[in-house]
Design a protein around this ligand. Structure first.
Ligand code: SF4
Length: 118
């Protein structure tokens, strides 16, 4: 079976056609203009991942702290991780890159601060 996807690895946005076996195994890709596109196509069609960005409340402040996953996480875990972040609150101070939630939901990926919190 064939699947059309757009590469999001750079602003060019190549449209690619991915061929998968009946069992969903990656077979080939066309339309990519560089190897990054091929890697993205294989990842996206077999084990899609996304970065997560969010804001979480800060105790005693009206200004939330912006956070993100240090690396992409499995797409299927976006909502469980967002739910975990909804339950999370931090206290000042924090600095960019500080680990706010280590190994979120056992993914091996930390949630880190993306701004300084004096
Ligand atoms: S295939 Fe290469 S050139 Fe095309 S969007 Fe992806 S990274 Fe950019």
């Amino acid at each position: 079976m064939e699947q059309m996807i757009t590469c999001i690895s750079c602003p060019v946005g190549c449209r690619m056609t991915v061929t998968l076996s009946d069992s969903g195994e990656f077979l080939s890709v066309t339309g990519n203009t560089c190897p990054r596109g091929a890697r993205y196509a294989k990842q996206e069609c077999t084990a899609p991942e996304r970065m997560i960005t969010a804001v979480i409340p800060v105790r005693g402040s009206d200004t939330p702290l912006s956070v993100k996953t240090r690396t992409p996480v499995p797409k299927a875990l976006i909502f469980p991780i967002m739910e975990k972040l909804r339950e999370t609150e931090v206290s000042a101070p924090a600095a960019i890159g500080d680990v706010i939630l280590p190994d979120v939901l056992g993914t091996g990926v930390d949630i880190i601060a993306t701004r300084n919190l004096p």
